[in-house]
Design a binder for this molecule. Structure first.
Ligand code: ZN
Length: 191
């Protein structure tokens, strides 16, 4: 997985993306293995190397840990360059190609496993949080202060339910959105 040099217009887009938020807001690291899943799920073959380029590394190593702010930039770059739908699909496909632990038996378990999975792949002093509220039997609410855009997490959640043959309805429940520079997004997930 080698770095390809970025064009001037891509560098410009990265700079523009960087200006969307405080580029050093978080303090932590992400497992290379998780980034490799992103790399493999990225649907545009010709643009895969851009992920490595934006990550500002020469190569991707599954054993290594990477700066969470750099990965955050990758996600927001994908959103800027390729759109929300692509980003949602990346999230969906990461889950679709993954394997769930045996104890997870249905869509609800799978959706609830998104939070512990996050903490398995991310470590550090300031990495954000996933807060779960049970609203009723059919609905939960999740508040994300993690470093990633909500369309990615929506894809992850939909993919988790899909793994168990269910379609969930997801709504952005608050006006606050990390896409606008706010510190959180709240999603309701209806089974
Ligand atoms: Zn949002």
């Amino acid at each position: 997985m080698k770095n390809s040099s970025l064009s001037d217009s891509e560098k410009e887009l990265i700079e523009k993306t960087r200006e969307l938020f405080d580029a050093d807001q978080f303090n932590g690291e992400v497992r290379g293995k998780a980034i490799m899943s992103l790399y493999n799920a990225f649907p545009l073959e010709h643009a895969k190397s851009k992920i490595i380029g934006v990550l500002q590394t020469d190569s991707l190593n599954v054993e290594q840990w990477y700066n969470i702010n750099d990965l955050r930039l990758v996600y927001f770059y994908i959103r800027e360059a390729y759109g929300e739908t692509t980003l949602g699909r990346v999230g969906f496909d990461i889950i679709n190609s993954g394997v769930f632990p045996e104890e997870i038996r249905d869509a609800r378990d799978a959706v609830l496993a998104v939070a512990p999975a996050f903490y398995m792949n991310v470590r550090g002093e300031n990495i954000g949080d996933v807060e779960v509220t049970f609203e009723d039997e059919k609905q939960i609410r999740m508040k994300f202060t993690t470093p990633f855009p909500c369309s990615f997490e929506t894809g992850i959640l939909k993919g988790s339910a899909h793994k168990f043959g269910e379609v969930v309805l997801i709504e952005h429940a608050s006006d606050c959105c990390r896409n606008k520079g706010d510190d959180h997004c709240e999603l309701t997930i209806r089974f």
